[in-house]
Design a protein around this ligand. Structure first.
Ligand code: ZN
Length: 279
């Protein structure tokens, strides 16, 4: 009898001790993770997310709805099925876009706070309306603005008592000047009126002049061939008189074999030509 009583007390003490130990020391994380019942749902969710990702890459718009796991599996299957075809089409389209990507800016604005004479029509934000970045001049696809990060500071035509034979692009920090189309450099020199000046022959009787450059692009010389968008120099304010930093850009047409060479060519406004058709 006493033996049974002692065993019961020892057993009670042992059980009580175990209960106390379990309260003080909670089970380790690994044990909880191993029996996590959410894992199956997580797997379904990750499969759904992968399907959505594939569909997005293929250019689908995704609407997320509350659906059952089996529906999710089904839609995941169909998304994986159509994704390769759609993704291939999207990849081809983006490759074509990259190929057609122009180095020239697609919008142009008048310089802020400046009254620009001879400016083409603009919208309320001073951006040129119906702006065509590339125009067709005698069949040559020519950039209207061969600068980056600059604004239009002067248009083409009568300016005061004189005629402005080009357009001016201004940027306080200067910046690169690009070849407006492919061609060959026929003049590269310093003049008191135009500063560092470069003339490109684009063929078909089309020429472009770039004046007041801070520097010419290294490696260029008369006779060098350039491609559309190639850097030909830096915008500057070189001349024998003080000037704001800007590019004076001229679009010229005619026969270069005349006594006055580039100064015997006819100047035109780059805004006067129709947009060049792509491709
Ligand atoms: Zn000018």
């Amino acid at each position: 009898m006493i033996g049974i009583l002692v065993r019961s007390v020892v057993l009670a003490a042992f059980a009580g001790g175990g209960w106390l130990a379990a309260c003080v020391y909670p089970p380790p994380e690994a044990l909880i993770a191993r029996i996590n019942p959410n894992l199956i749902e997580e797997r379904a969710r990750s499969l759904g997310a992968r399907a959505m990702d594939a569909a997005l890459r293929a250019g689908h718009m995704i609407t997320v709805e509350r659906i059952s796991v089996s529906e999710m599996m089904e839609s995941a299957d169909s998304a994986f099925e159509i994704a390769p075809r759609q993704a291939a089409a999207a990849a081809a389209a983006s490759a074509a876009a990259a190929q057609a990507q122009s180095p020239f800016e697609t919008a142009l604005s008048l310089c802020p706070g400046l009254s620009v004479s001879n400016a083409p029509p603009v919208d309320a934000a001073r951006a040129l309306s119906n702006y065509a970045p590339i125009v067709n001049v005698n069949g040559v696809a020519l950039a209207v603005n061969p600068t980056l990060g600059a604004c239009l500071s002067s248009g083409f035509g009568p300016r005061g008592a004189r005629t402005h034979r080009g357009v001016d692009y201004h940027s306080q920090v200067g910046g690169p000047v690009l070849a407006a189309a492919s061609g060959a450099i026929v003049e590269m020199l310093y003049r008191d009126d135009f500063g560092n000046m470069l003339l490109i022959d684009h063929g078909a009787g089309v020429y472009t002049r770039y004046a007041h450059l801070a520097t010419f692009q290294q490696g260029l010389t008369v006779g060098s061939r350039v491609s559309a968008g190639d850097r030909i120099g830096l915008m500057g304010n070189t001349a024998s008189y003080p000037l704001p930093i800007h590019l004076h850009y001229e679009v010229l047409r005619g026969d270069y074999a005349n006594p006055r060479r580039s100064f015997g060519l006819e100047a035109a406004s780059p805004f006067a030509f129709p947009a060049a058709r792509e491709g």
